[in-house]
Design a protein around this ligand. Structure first.
Ligand code: BJW
Length: 228
């Protein structure tokens, strides 16, 4: 299992959430990416993601994403990607078995009927759901604080049976994803963390590799393939 966070997309030019000044687009992410903020001011949240969609549409995968494709093509056991990222760089790189636990920027969910559809276009609070035709119920299919994560049944099973857990470019601050390493470790997996810097979430990792993921992940994957 490979768990990815914003750091794997940093070398594709996408901002991480918790930079040195602790701000994300001039906000604390915990203040704006909440279900309460969306309920209070949906137009503001729609505008925010409408502006973000073209940037994420244009972004290109970097050597870290491409190294995962190489691993999946050449490794004999299945490799699953659990990503916290709402970008689609894993898919653009050709990665398979990608589980977007925090949702996807190019998906919209209807809070009335649950219908999910894909778009890279703008959405407003006046738009109707194409399935139930109710207006004002569309939300970016992005998991805000206070909402349940997606695919957790599948993820629990993957964590309990994986023999290698690699975490790439995540600060380990946001739960439940920050606790996945503990589940994998207790289930018997070897655990490796790749990050630009030492994180505070490091008790359950057997090994830490510090450096940019675009360099360290291809090196680690070559090491895994040689030793298989
Ligand atoms: C590089 C690099 C390079 C840079 N190479 N590395 C248990 C304990 C405490 C709190 C909770 C708990 N359980 C639940 C909570 C509450 C809450 C939570 O975790 N709060 C914390 C802030 C304490 N969690 C939730 O609410 C979650 N839901 C939930 O648990 O549901 C059940 C529940 C419901 C109700 C009540 C209680 C429980 C939902 C979490 C949703 C997270 N959503 C966001 C925003 C989405 C908006 C958007 O994407 O536009 O998802 S928050 C934001 O953080 C985003 C990310 O996916 C997520 C993780 O961030 P990530 O990826 O780690 O990024 P950064 O920036 O933090 O770190 C980047 C790292 O990369 C850094 O370490 C760099 O060093 C590194 N890096 N360049 C390698 N080149």
């Amino acid at each position: 299992v490979i768990l990815t966070g914003a750091g794997i997309s940093a070398e594709s030019g996408l901002a991480t959430f918790r930079s040195a000044d602790g701000l994300w687009n001039n906000h604390r992410v915990e203040d704006v990416a909440t279900i309460e903020a969306f309920a209070h001011n949906p137009d503001y949240v729609h505008d925010f993601y409408n502006q973000m969609r073209p940037e994420l549409f244009a972004a290109k995968p970097n050597p870290a994403h491409l190294a995962i494709t190489k691993l999946q093509k050449n490794y004999t056991s299945p490799i699953n990607i659990i990503t916290q990222n709402v970008d689609t760089l894993h898919e653009k790189a050709g990665n398979q078995n990608v589980w977007h636990i925090h949702g996807q920027i190019n998906q919209i969910v209807c809070l009335n009927c649950g219908h999910i559809f894909e778009t890279w276009g703008d959405i407003s609070d006046e738009d109707e759901c194409p399935q139930c035709n109710i207006a004002g119920m569309l939300k970016p299919n992005i998991v805000f604080f206070g909402e349940n994560l997606l695919y957790m049944d599948k993820v629990d099973k993957l964590l309990q049976k994986c023999d290698l857990f690699i975490s790439v470019g995540t600060s380990g601050i946001v739960y439940p994803a920050a606790g996945f390493v503990q589940i994998a470790k207790f289930s018997g997996a070897d655990t490796i963390e790749l990050n630009m810097e030492q994180t505070s979430n490091n008790y359950f990792f057997d090994r830490h590799i510090v450096g940019p993921a675009g360099t360290t992940l291809p090196q680690l994957i070559d090491e895994i393939l040689i030793s298989e």
